[in-house]
Design a protein around this ligand. Sequence first.
Ligand code: SF4
Ligand code: SF4
Length: 206
Amino acid sequence: MLKKLELTFHNQGLRSYIELDLCTECPRQDDKGCCGYYSPVFYPCDFAYLLQYKPEVLDYIFSLDNLTILDASVTVNSRPEGQSYRCSFHSNTGGCLLPQALRESVCRHFVCPGVAWEKEDKLAHWKDFFTALADYEIELNNRIAGILKEKGLSLREEKRREEFLAELLILFEQETAITAPFLAECPPWEKHTLFRELQYGTDWPL
Ligand code: SF4
Ligand code: SF4
């Protein structure tokens, strides 16, 4: 039987995201869905947003002991649990504890391949939007990371982390002073309905 799904695309610039109503009754039926196979990685654009709007979440991240800290990124490594993993931000009753805008980009953009929304002609504008956004964000993250490195700043050096983050925020504001033109090509939000045949448990692809 075909299941009716609702996808809502949100254009919020660098914090854009895709919402899928199916997640609340994920076909994986393991209370973790795709989050059971992913460890979130935070990059300069995420740090800039958290610094501006929710610095306590950044403090929380750096207080964790399951991190992989590189020069300009932090991975919050999920812990093994059962047949998969448990993300530090995941609750088995309510899903992700982070509001969308505070999540990193994979967590905001990912929709499982069983939904395959990218194949819908009517959604081509959103496919172009999220492809352009991913490229833009990678390029921006790399540029900011490169400048910070040239200045001798690295997240690995705990004692200079505040200096790193303060400089990062200045760079982020400079680099995003002009809004990228593609961001104006989609509305603030748009809701679409799709119909899909569901499979359950591990038959539902991730
Ligand atoms: S696997 Fe699909 S339906 Fe399940 S939580 Fe992830 S995106 Fe949502
Ligand atoms: S941060 Fe949230 S959305 Fe991302 S893997 Fe963890 S629980 Fe899932």
